[in-house]
Every structure is written in C-alpha cells, then in structure tokens.
Design a protein around this ligand. Sequence first.
Ligand code: PHE
Length: 409
Amino acid sequence: SPDGHVKILGQAYPTDATTNITSAIIDKLERRLHLNEAHPIGILRSLIERHFPTYNHLSDVSPLVTPAKNFDDLSFPADHPGRSVTDSYYINRDLMLRTHTSAHEVETFAKGERKWLLTADVYRRDEIDASHYPVFHQMEGARIFHADANSMQELAEENASLVEYLKSTNIIIEDVPHITAANPVQPTHDPRHAELVAHNLKLYLNSLMLTLFGGRKDEPLRVRWIEAYFPFTSPSYEVEVFFNGKWLEILGCGVVLQSTLERANVPDSIGWAFGLGLERIAMILYSIPDIRLFWSQDARFLSQFAPGKISTFKPYSKYPACYKDLSFWLPPAGLHQNDFCDIVREAAGDLVEDVQLIDAFTHPKTGRASQCYRINYRSMDRSLSNEEANVIHEGVKARLVENVGVEIR
Ligand code: PHE
C-alpha cells in the first residue's frame, strides 16, 4: 500500500526494500487447509497423527517468523541461498514467511515439548509447474530423550521391540550405517547414544512408511535410506519409497544439532527430528495430478474426500490448455525467474499451470538481453476462452512493464 504497510491476517506490518510478499500469497495465508478434516491435506495430517498417538499434535502456529527463527536458530550459514529475497517471502527485513516447519523447533522444545508433531503451511518462491506451488504443507516430528544411562537403556529396549515388530511386516529396507565419516556424529555426543537415537528415528519412520504406503498384501514395501545433509541435524538422512514403479523422496531427518537443544534450554537431552511434505505424499496416495487442485474450491474436487479415508481421485475432464508466449528486453538489473513467476501468479492466480523459459539471447551489437517465456493458462474447473486468456496475458505484460521495467518485444 502507498503508506508503506501491508495487511496480513488482520494486522498491518511496515514494508521496506526487502518486502516481496504478493497479494496472491497473502490470500493463501487464511486458508489453513491442514485444519480441514475433509481435505486431502487435513486427512493426511490426521492419518500421520494417529500413527504417533502419544505425541503432542500442534497445528495452529503463525506462518510469520523472524529470519533468526527460520535460519539462525537452526545454524544455517550466513550466506545460505534460502535467505535471499529470490528464494523466500519477506514482509520486511525482520519478518518473513517460514520456509519450513523446522523454524518452530527451538520454541517448541523450549516450551517443554519432548515428543511432538507440528503441521503448518510453508512458503517458498519457485518456478511454476504441476508439482511446484509457492505454498505447501509440512509436518515436523521430533522426540528428545534424557542423555543418561537409564534413558538410553530404555531406548535400547524400545528399539529392540520395534525391530521385532518390523520383522513381522512386509517391508524391505535398504539401510545406511547410522554414522559414517561423511555423515558424522556430533562432537559433543556419545556415539553410542547417537546410534540409539538414529536407530529409533529409522524404526519409527519405517513403520510410518508402512502405514502410509504399505497397503499392498502381495508386494513388500521397499524403503531406502540415504545419507543427507541439513544445517540443523547430524547425522542426517533422506527416505525414499518405491511406489508405482518409481523411487520417491519422502522426507528429510536426522539427529538434532545440540546447539538447537541448547538454545531451547534442554542441553541435557538428545533427540531426532524429521520433516515431510504433505502435498507430495498426498499427490502420490490420492493420484492428484496437479498441485493447484489442493487449493480448488470446486465441489467436484472437494466432494471426493472424506475424513479418515484415502481414496483415489477421479480427475474430472481436463480443460484445454492455452499457450501464450511473451518476449521482452530485460531491464538493466535483470529479472529472476522467481520474480517473473510471482508477477504471473498475481495477474493470473491459479489459472496459470506452467511457465517455461523457452529462449534467451543477448543482442550481439547492443548487448541487450532478451527472454521469451511460454505460459500455459488452463483452468482446473472450467473451459477458459482465448479472449479471457488474452486479457490475463495483457495483465501480465502490464505488470511486467510497470513493476520491473521490461520492454515488450
Ligand atoms: N526442514 C527440512 C526441509 O524442509 C526437513 C528436515 C526436518 C530435515 C527436520 C531434518 C530434520 O527440507
């Protein structure tokens, strides 16, 4: 707004040179799909919560966080790309939209929570296609133990009984060692404690994968563990599941960095955390072909889901695509693809299905740079006329000229 404020969830915040949140994003903040028990995202949340019945289930935490909470508290390096305005949404330099649910680790442990799940909407600037959307939902799960001999003995016993349980199920696990030189134990940890915690994490998540993907009696579920890196866990892993003939990346996890637990005032504990993306899992489980559908208000989508049930989505007819190309000379400062995509979203909303850079060149004599994007406009709910697509496309052009100073060719 002209007075340098932006209204978000009923409150006004001052803007500055960092501000890049758009109205298309602000509209999404109120939807809270994960709280809707009859929406695929809410259904999946409940399903996972039921798998962790003794954990505290949190799902009502504001998406506005300080960059310190989103990054510094989790030991992200100062130059991490996620911090940049091209990758994340900022309200102003002191306030941003969380990019992951890990942003709430320190405050949740600090409240005294020792076994918890936290579900929330998260925001990342990205390209536009059927599987990328600037808002999606994550679920963070964490558990911490007292790092003393008694608790570790109990943990060893719990792990042994989980191993026994998994032997009775139809699962094939490709594992990696809990700790390796490339995926090290933290210097302040007793390696035997870290091994027990990592093993407990793997056992819990293997059994969660059985709950989510293991419905087939005739076929074993295949789960693959991979060494990974996150700034806030060590050792770290990724989990992949073999489903419909493909390996799918499901989640990231690891042993929580001790500095996180120190910040949360629980320095004598050791624990694990995982973070999973609900849309990815829901798209696979329900056969939902386009990530925009989660935001659809159309009864033909919403009526197909019921609380507590996983069912296969039956797509209603796909309406025709309408491709429009847009060529322009770049302004001297250039134009990031994520900035281009946010301008398209502001003008077209969910009527944009896909954006592709199809050509880029620099004029040999003048040195000016030109780009051509191909935008696919398509409604999920109705047939879009060419005239309507033209009006939207003209709106995209006008915003590009006005906001970033491109010259349309
Ligand atoms: N926050 C990480 C992400 O968004 C996932 C993660 C959570 C990894 C917890 C490790 C521990 O990709």
